[in-house]
Design a protein around this ligand. Structure first.
Ligand SMILES: Cc1cc2nc3c(=O)[nH]c(=O)nc-3n(C[C@H](O)[C@H](O)[C@H](O)COP(=O)(O)OP(=O)(O)OC[C@H]3O[C@@H](n4cnc5c(N)ncnc54)[C@H](O)[C@@H]3O)c2cc1C
Length: 373
């Protein structure tokens, strides 16, 4: 593992790798379940490059270092009166790592983190800097917002933000039938709505979060009953080690798909105790986004890290595939080649944009080469 302390150092390391025909992968916090990182000749950690670089208050945009952990980013942006529009379930990821896989939270009107990227500063295979946005190198920007670390090292990210805001969270345990009744209607009535369904009890933890004018209540309460700034309420503590498969399905087919997954657990995988998570995600225009041009529901299945998961995940995947599901890039899936091409309309464009920037394949690893074929 190499640690970079400056953009100049990243440039020199990447240029040397390409010169020596070596492959290089950059790691964030290492929270992805898929094999995005291993197998390259060199591994680069840019965690030392952390914090806010500059802020455009009028445009509500900020350039931040790619290595910034999201839990550091929240308070740092708040000092400028700004915040991410949404966050995922945890905040331990680096911003570049989270963006690279389309990390998302929940909310029908809220897009994933990649869709909130206004610009990227990339160290390319030859060591040069490429700045990509809607205004310059726009094909790189369209593709590399969800770049899987395959376009280059993202040294900085420009984020579209919103003014700091506070949220009130309320979680309740309800029966399955109750959570399903009027569910899709209810998702439109709240900023964030999600639930975890527990197969052993057939109950669901329903979590609803809305903006509030109430002051933050310190100390911030435990998950389920918090009032505070967005970065204090949205992330959770998830200490139990697990694997995860998540598919994005069209929102209008989500209830039917969820019902099939529930049936699968109740008939064929009765030993699985880990919950199934149901979240919503707004459509976007990021080429490999799981919500590309369609309103989406994400359904996640989990298994304990010590338990076998493949038979369960393969059975779930067969259901998700029937609904045109698209797998989360940072989680377990078994798709490759034509199957990915069928569900991602810009699959070939993404690879062409990538190959133009990295013709010798410096930023590829065996997993990426495998999903391509
Ligand atoms: C407990 C847990 C909870 C999670 N919750 C959610 C959730 O709520 N929503 C969701 O969508 N996902 C979730 N995930 C998945 C997670 O957000 C993604 O896998 C994310 O990519 C991890 O970020 P990371 O910083 O750990 O990146 P890594 O896993 O280290 O890397 C991910 C990808 O980013 C690339 N990358 C990292 N840094 C750079 C850089 N500087 N330049 C270019 N490429 C880079 C890597 O090469 C790799 O391809 C969760 C994962 C776990 C383990």
């Amino acid at each position: 593992m190499h640690f970079a302390y400056s953009e100049h150092d990243i440039q020199a390391r990447v240029a040397a790798a390409t010169e020596n025909a070596e492959t290089l992968r950059v790691t964030g916090a290492g929270h992805s379940h898929s094999h995005l990182i291993p197998g390259a000749d060199l591994l680069l950690d840019i965690g030392a490059l952390s914090g806010v670089v500059s802020v455009d208050a009028a445009a509500k945009r900020a350039w931040v270092w790619g290595g910034t952990p999201i839990h550091v980013l929240g308070p740092a942006l708040h000092r400028h009166g700004l915040a991410l529009a949404n966050q995922g379930d945890i905040d331990r990821q680096s911003i570049a790592g989270a963006v690279a896989t389309g990390t998302h939270g929940t909310g029908v009107g809220l897009r994933n983190l990649s869709a909130g990227v206004a610009g990227l500063r990339l160290v390319c295979a030859n060591g040069d800097i490429c700045v990509a946005s809607e205004r310059q190198n726009d094909d790189v920007w369209r593709a590399a917002r969800l770049g899987l670390g395959a376009f280059g090292v993202v040294s900085q990210v420009e984020l579209q933000l919103k003014p700091s805001y506070r949220l009130r969270e309320k979680a309740t345990l309800v029966d399955h039938d109750e959570v399903i009744a009027d569910l899709m209607q209810r998702t439109t009535e709240h900023r964030h709505l999600e639930f975890f369904w527990y197969p052993k009890t057939d109950q669901a933890m329903l979590k609803i979060i809305d903006e509030t004018e109430e002051p933050a209540q310190y100390p911030i309460a435990d998950e389920g009953n918090r009032v505070g700034y967005s970065f204090e309420v949205l992330p959770n503590h998830r200490p139990h080690k697990h694997t995860e498969m998540e598919y994005s399905v069209p929102a209008d087919a989500a209830l039917e798909c969820f019902a099939e997954i529930r049936d699968l657990l109740r008939t064929s995988f009765t030993d699985v105790a880990w919950p199934v998570e149901f979240r919503t995600l707004a459509a976007d225009d990021v080429w490999l986004s799981t919500a590309f041009e369609r309103d989406t529901v994400t359904i996640s299945v989990h298994q304990d890290i010590k338990e076998p998961d493949e038979p369960y995940y393969r059975a779930c995947e067969a259901v998700f595939e029937r609904y045109g599901g698209r797998p989360h890039w940072g989680k377990v899936h078994y798709l490759a080649g034509d199957k990915l091409r069928q569900i991602h309309p810009r699959w070939d464009d993404w690879w062409q944009a990538r190959d133009r920037l990295d013709p010798t394949g410096t930023f590829l690893n065996p997993w990426l080469t495998g999903v391509r074929t």
